[in-house]
Design a binder for this molecule. Structure first.
Ligand code: ADP
Ligand code: ZN
Length: 689
């Protein structure tokens, strides 16, 4: 018998290997083979009697067990095809390899008084174990910090073996108070419609302003699905939104769901994947990569904030969009898909108006009243006088404040006296000064420069300008010294759980946050939201700039006034009449959508066409893109570009956009059956700059 094995080799089709007679091999198994001079693990995508390869075949050397069911294989192959990439690399990136869990955190497995006795007994004989027990105290300690104690690593293992400590299994420590909820009529209608459709592959858009109770609808629908014997998958765009969803799903379902997201350590990723594979997992929550979880009898997938760009994998092939994959699972496995949004992507809403997706409207806030929204000029201060006054008043009344800015770092730009702006030498983007390590960072490639010099004149002193979240935090502390200020962005993500719990418990008065904080989180104590810079996206050369701006302003505004106290929103903008900002201030999605749709139609952008983004990289990128453009034009494609892009990590890049209808990817695949290695093909780009 012949096994067709997908190997992690770029753009390669699966390879034939001989299956030894005594080795049981099935489709979806992980197997080890020799490839050239290397030994690789791959995944069996097919079994056949006859080889497709004429030469002598090498044997399958070892089997590592089942790793992916046939339907997920089909899904991943489909996704890889859309990026004109081979299945091998896609499988290697999306299917986790078996891996042991290492306890990240440990806790006492015995009551504290028993631990105290053990500690006394151990003090002389095994001091390292005693010190570990002291460090764990009555709470929880991370394995990493316990390893800092001399002899700590061994001591932890011993205490785990003796059953005095145990690994902490819960992925999050987030806690909040529970409150009983009776669905309102619109929510009940939505849950009824979804319940009736579970497992039918139907698609819904749950469309309601922030605070209209969408999350509650996902949770009840998931509970319905699980009680019908189906599995449910709840997705959010950002890890920061997971602890809250996870805790609430735990209550709604009676047990905590499994979690799956990029930052999860390999052992836990494998555990969740494996649980799904064996049909044990009935509910999982996660970020975009979780959309591939091989949940058996999957009845429901929900995507909160479906318009968020973070649902798109843009960094490496396959360049999937979680929404597109979820919809594919609807068509393939009959999973019902619920897309939720206060400000849906124009494409999704358009499909709703065309009847492809059923719109379930939630009309009003279930809690609080719509916030009072006002505009303030941006001016010279990061936190201008109007916003300062508002913060002062809300803090005085015991409210919590969210200051939102979608930019990391302290100063976002540095200019020399000779007027050159300090840029990354490899990516050409402006370097951002971070106060935490007093260094300049490239946000594209991650390079850190401690003591830069101006490349034009050699000067080492710079005029610093622009504001990122670090600076907003700094200003907030300076202006409101008695308030507790916390910052939540990717730089502080390590403490995410603690920060979120502190906000939920009212211990933080001012929370400064980047993108993730702007959407989805639900903290009733937040009465004031300040959008520090609503204009930041307007300068980007992207046809979605208007949509992003609307989502940013409306999303941030939606965090205010979720409790009993009326909320207030102050939006700092110098262009309040720009339609996206004007409509967001009024909370009028319909008005925004109408204007945006006219613009998209007049320029034939999505949803009126499909765009495929092709990026040529490396030396002569522009010339290579140019000749590819000519070739595609010769085949009758509509091609925009080539346009030169900023380099990445010193590698030149140029872009083509191919415009067509839904069939454009399939037609491209015919012309480019084996795309060259310098070409990246992104079928659903969300950023074009
Ligand atoms: P959205 O996801 O639409 O922004 P959420 O689902 O987060 O809204 O709901 C906002 C808040 O209102 C949450 O704290 C939620 O628990 C609460 N809530 C939801 N539905 C109801 C209801 N029917 N009655 C009272 N409170 C509700
Ligand atoms: Zn760089």
């Amino acid at each position: 018998m012949i096994a067709r094995v997908a190997l992690p080799v770029p753009r390669a089709a699966p390879f034939d290997y001989e299956v030894p007679p005594d080795l049981p091999v099935a489709v979806g198994d992980r197997v080890r083979v020799t490839f050239g001079t290397r030994r690789l693990w791959g995944i069996v995508v097919g079994l056949a009697g006859e080889p497709t390869f004429a030469g002598r075949l090498l044997p399958v050397e070892a089997v590592g067990g089942a790793s992916v069911p046939a339907s997920t294989l089909e899904l991943i192959t489909y996704v890889a095809d859309l990026s004109l990439a081979g299945p091998g690399l896609a499988l290697a990136r999306l299917v986790p390899a078996p891996s042991k869990t290492r306890a990240r955190e440990v806790e006492l497995a015995v009551p504290p008084h028993a631990a105290a006795q053990v500690k006394t007994a151990l003090a002389a004989r095994a001091p390292a174990q005693a010190r570990v027990l002291t460090a764990v105290g009555e709470g929880v300690a991370t394995a990493a910090e316990l390893r800092q104690i001399p002899g700590g690593g061994r001591a932890v293992s011993t205490l785990l073996r003796k059953g005095i400590l145990r690994p902490r299994r819960l992925p999050f420590s987030y806690r909040e108070e529970e409150k009983p909820i009776n669905l309102n009529a619109a929510q009940r209608a939505a849950v009824d419609a979804i319940r009736a459709a579970i497992g039918t592959g139907k698609k819904f858009l749950l469309f309601g302003p922030p605070g209209s109770g969408k999350t509650e609808v996902y949770l009840r629908s998931a509970a319905e699905g699980v009680s019908q014997g189906k599995a449910a998958l709840l997705l959010v765009p950002e890890v920061s939104l997971l602890p809250q969803l996870w805790a609430r799903a735990g209550r709604a379902l009676g047990s905590f769901p499994d979690t799956y997201f990029g930052e999860l350590p390999p052992g836990e990723r494998w555990q969740t994947w494996h649980g799904a594979l064996r049909g044990e997992t009935r509910c999982a929550v996660g970020t975009r990569s979780a959309v591939f979880l091989p949940l058996q009898e999957l009845g429901l997938i929900t995507l909160d904030e479906e318009g968020e760009p973070a649902y798109k994998q843009e960094e490496m092939a396959p360049y999937y969009h979680a929404r597109a994959v979820a919809e594919r699972r609807a068509d393939q496995d009959g999973a019902t898909v619920v897309l939720g949004a206060a400000a849906p992507s124009v494409e999704t809403y358009y499909r709703g108006t065309q009847g492809e997706i059923e719109i379930l409207p939630l009309l009003s806030r279930v809690v609080g009243a719509p916030p009072e929204v006002s505009v303030a000029p941006r001016g010279d201060d990061v936190i201008g006088p109007i916003l300062q006054d508002a913060i002062h008043r809300h803090l005085g009344e015991g409210g919590q404040v969210l200051l939102f800015l979608n930019r990391l770092g302290f100063y976002t730009g540095a200019a020399c006296r000779c007027r050159s702006v300090l840029r990354c030498s490899d990516c050409r983007v402006p370097l951002v000064f971070h106060l935490a390590d007093r260094s300049f960072h490239c946000h594209t490639c991650g390079k850190v420069v401690r003591t830069p010099r101006c490349p034009s004149c050699g000067e080492d002193r710079f005029h610093l300008f622009g504001a990122g979240t670090e600076r907003v935090e700094h200003e907030a502390r300076r202006l409101f010294p008695s308030a507790t200020v916390a910052r939540l962005d990717t730089d502080t993500a390590r403490n995410r759980d603690t920060i979120l719990s502190a906000v939920a418990e009212g211990e933080v008065q001012i929370l400064v946050g980047a993108q993730m904080v702007g959407k989805g989180l639900d903290f009733p104590g937040i009465t004031l939201v300040g959008v520090v810079n609503a204009d930041q996206l307007l300068a980007t050369p992207d046809f979605r700039a208007g949509e992003r701006t609307y989502q940013l302003v409306a999303g941030a505004a939606g965090r205010a006034g979720r409790g009993d106290t009326p909320g207030q929103v102050v939006v700092q903008s110098d262009q309040p009449d720009y339609y996206a900002i004007r409509c967001a201030l009024a909370g009028d999605y319909a008005a925004f959508y109408e204007e945006e749709l006219l613009y998209r139609e007049s320029l034939r952008y999505p949803p009126f066409a499909r765009l495929v983004r092709m990026i040529a990289t490396g030396r002569d990128a522009e010339a290579k893109a140019g000749s590819l453009a000519e070739r595609l034009l010769g085949h009758g494609f509509e091609v925009l570009g080539p346009a030169r892009l900023l380099p990445r990590r010193g590698i030149p890049r140029a872009q083509l956009l191919v415009r067509g209808d839904e069939s454009v990817v399939a037609r491209l695949a015919q012309v480019l059956p084996r795309p060259p290695s310098w070409l990246k093909v992104d079928p659903d780009p969300v950023w074009l700059g």
